[in-house]
Design a protein around this ligand. Structure first.
Ligand code: HAM
Length: 412
């Protein structure tokens, strides 16, 4: 006999069995409802992009392109990449139709993205990522709106203000520090990299890095808040939002950010890390077009938010889309069970029908494995009398219900 294939999925990606898929659907539905409420509309694109999209200027040193991309050559000799993020794609799409699209333009999408990372808690090789982006405004109010959407998402998932903080940083501020210290491009990049890795390296290494660049640590004091950010934080405070803070060391990894950047952090001691983030990128569309179009947005991954919710018991219990299971006492009755199911379905009830090949007890077990809440027994007697035994599979309670009353029974 030949060696059997492994049933394991490819390393770092997930299979979504119905319960997993239901959870992903819940996450996506919550995301959609929050962002649509603020006027963001959905777009979509292919997973495949020409590799050059990620190799453009500014991107050459980035780990995500060099070490983490899934890139291959297609049959026509073109270099193709599975998108590691959505921002270059949305920038491309907006640049392509900039004359027709109306600005400010609010867009969202929930793509799956691929990064060749070492799989670990919160990091996989494929994840789903809500992307919320606002194009065509340089106003600080646009930055504030996007941050408010991130805040609103957290509350919609059931988080309290004390469960998370949003740390806001400023690339503009870091660039001016670089200018004041006469850092060249390479040194500025070093400074950004150092700040981005701050939480992953020791304080001594961080201090040494700063000293090598000749940057005094005091210029990175959180009390030295840039004016525009101070104003934003004050507005948030007046709106009753108090967990948004300035943190000069938040810079984020991508080279395309140009202004405000932010990162949402979990405050739970067992899950104390960044959940998601984003920022302003005013020059990305210039890759396609001479006129740059400003953008600001963020990406929120499904893996990190799921960990956050799970640690706090905020994940909803699974309920399958199937509401009712028809157990069929004998195979000959299967057709008549289908007729009954048809009537229920027309009334808007989701019904699955057994084929009557197994004993009633086994059919009940099957319905239980599927976590279907209701079971109806279809036997000769029930069909003759028009009254059916309805079993609540959660409580085990049983009740006779007339056929005509069944749809209403399951809809209550
Ligand atoms: P990012 O920080 O690379 O930003 O990713 C955004 C979020 O996606 C992360 O904070 C995290 O929640 C999730 N994520 C990233 N990598 C992984 C992974 N390997 N496994 C699981 N989750 C992951 C961006 O991608 C920017 N393009 C976001 C953006 C949109 N900026 C402006 N608009």
């Amino acid at each position: 006999m030949s060696k059997k294939l492994s049933t394991e999925s490819y390393k770092g990606v997930r299979d979504f069995y119905p319960e997993d898929q239901a959870l992903l659907n819940y996450l996506c539905a919550t995301m959609r409802s929050v962002v649509e409420r603020v006027g963001y509309v959905e777009y979509h694109a292919s997973i495949l992009e020409p590799s050059e999209l990620y190799k453009s200027k500014g991107a050459d040193n980035e780990e995500i392109i060099n070490d983490q991309s899934y890139t291959f050559t297609d049959r026509g000799g073109r270099e193709v990449t599975l998108r590691p993020e959505m921002t270059p794609t949305v920038a491309r799409m907006v640049a392509a139709r900039r004359r027709e699209l109306g600005f400010p333009l609010r867009l969202y999408s929930i793509p799956n993205v691929f990064r060749y990372e070492r799989p670990q808690r919160g990091r996989l090789r494929e994840h789903w990522q809500l992307n919320v982006d606002l194009f065509g405004s340089r106003s600080a109010a646009a930055d504030a709106e996007v941050i408010a959407v991130a805040y609103g998402l957290m509350l919609a998932f059931g988080a309290r203000e004390s469960d998370f903080v949003i740390k806001v940083g400023s690339r503009t501020h870091i660039n001016s520090i670089a200018q004041d210290h006469r850092l060249d491009d390479a040194q500025t990049k070093k400074l950004l990299g150092l700040l981005d890795r701050k939480d992953k390296i020791s304080e001594t290494d961080f201090d040494t890095g700063l000293r090598e660049l000749g940057v005094n640590k005091s210029v990175l004091s959180p009390s030295n808040v840039p004016e525009d950010i101070a104003k934003m934080l004050q507005d948030f405070g007046e709106a009753g939002i108090n967990n948004i803070l300035y943190d000069p060391t938040v810079v984020r990894g991508f080279a395309y950010y140009t202004g405000t950047v932010f990162e949402v952090f979990d405050t739970h001691p067992d899950n104390n890390r960044a959940l998601f983030g984003g920022g302003r990128y005013d020059n990305l569309t210039a890759l396609f077009d001479d006129e740059a179009l400003p953008g600001v947005g963020f990406g929120m991954g499904d893996v990190t938010i799921k960990d956050f919710l799970s640690v706090r018991g905020l994940l909803p219990p699974y309920t399958p889309s199937t509401q009712v299971y028809l157990a069929v006492v004998a195979p000959e009755l299967a057709l008549r069970a289908q007729t009954l199911a048809g009537a229920l379905r027309r009334a808007g009830v989701n019904v699955a029908v057994d084929f009557g090949e197994k004993k009633l007890g086994d059919q009940i077990k099957t319905a239980g494995k599927h976590k279907i809440p209701w079971l109806v027994v279809v036997g000769e007697d029930e069909l003759a009398s028009g009254t059916f035994k309805v079993k609540n599979l959660e409580t085990g309670a049983e009740e006779p219900v007339a056929e005509a009353d069944l749809p209403a029974y399951f809809k209550k």
